[in-house]
Write a protein that binds this ligand. Structure first.
Ligand SMILES: O=C(O)CCC(=O)C(=O)O
Ligand SMILES: [Fe+2]
Length: 278
């Protein structure tokens, strides 16, 4: 069977058929990476990945990140667990790019649907390059030269993550190990040279060199602009779906609309390079 891509929206996203992700040849791997650069988010159905399969798949694209806070699969700490029996539905119901609180944020993430609600629990992705391209030239010029601070604390607030003494200690250590980092507001993709917005409500605290009011107003503008429906794709999950996104040029949002239904996802997170501005 040949690998076949069906685009889902003009901005980003393609469904990929004709590949078993546990059986990729080196050629298949190059094709998948090329498709990732082209479509930014790839959706695969009917994959059956064990945690070990998922980790080896992700490792073919780079070193894996081990999350400082989220629960992980025992024996496979590179696989993070998002389970409504363990985590709060609100955790990822905000637009974010994964793990931008480190110097070398992930190249991509691979999410594997283990158990999904009958309806609800969709995830949305937005293209940061489509958003950047649609800004007016004066705003592009303004933000091209700016940097912003990213802080782990924004997505892991005490009121939800420090509820037990043990959790409090873990979160305090994560914060200590991850002081705020600075990234360009506009990131040039290392492989395609496309420019994309690299600020998100999930982790971006402020723009450097602006007053507090200027920073807040400009970030609000960029957040509202970058998540417009025109730049996004929405996926309704089936069990055994696997989604691979380019975390350098997208952000995503997990819809919190399925309270009381259980949902279990496994994520592998592939480390990337240090973001560069224009
Ligand atoms: O649960 C989801 O659909 C996505 C959660 C998320 O933000 C992630 O896996 O990085
Ligand atoms: Fe995420």
């Amino acid at each position: 069977m040949t690998i076949n891509a069906t685009p889902l929206t003009p901005a980003l996203g393609a469904r990929i058929d004709g590949i078993d992700l546990t059986q990729m040849t080196a050629d298949d791997q190059r094709t998948v990476y090329k498709l990732l650069l082209k479509y930014q988010v790839l959706f695969f159905r009917g994959q059956h990945l064990s945690p070990a399969d998922q980790a080896s798949l992700a490792e073919r694209f780079g070193r894996l990140h081990i999350h400082p806070i989220y629960p992980k699969v025992e024996q496979q700490p590179e696989i993070l667990i998002l389970d409504t029996a363990l985590n709060d539905l609100r955790d990822n119901a905000l637009w974010h790019t994964d793990v931008t609180f480190i110097e070398t944020p992930p190249l991509g993430s691979i999410l594997n649907a283990i158990q999904v609600p009958e309806y609800g629990g969709d995830t949305l992705w937005a293209s940061s390059s489509a958003a950047y391209d649609a800004l007016s030239p004066p705003i592009q010029q303004l933000i091209d030269g700016l940097d912003a601070e990213h802080d782990i604390q924004l997505s892991f607030p005490d009121e939800r993550f420090s509820t037990t003494a043990e959790a409090q200690q873990q979160v305090a250590k994560a914060r200590q190990d991850h002081p705020p980092v600075i990234h360009p507001v506009v990131r040039v993709h290392p492989d395609t040279s496309k420019k994309g917005l690299f600020v998100t409500p999930g982790f971006t605290r402020r723009i450097i060199g602006l007053s507090a009011l200027e920073s807040r107003a400009l970030l609000e503008l960029l957040f509202a602009h970058s998540t417009r429906p025109e730049f996004s794709v929405r996926w309704h999950w089936q069990a055994n779906d696997v989604v691979f996104w380019d975390n350098r040029i997208t952000q995503h949002y997990a819809c919190n609309d399925y309270h009381l239904q259980r949902r279990v996802m496994h994520r592998a997170t592939i480390l990337g390079d240090k973001p560069k501005g224009p």
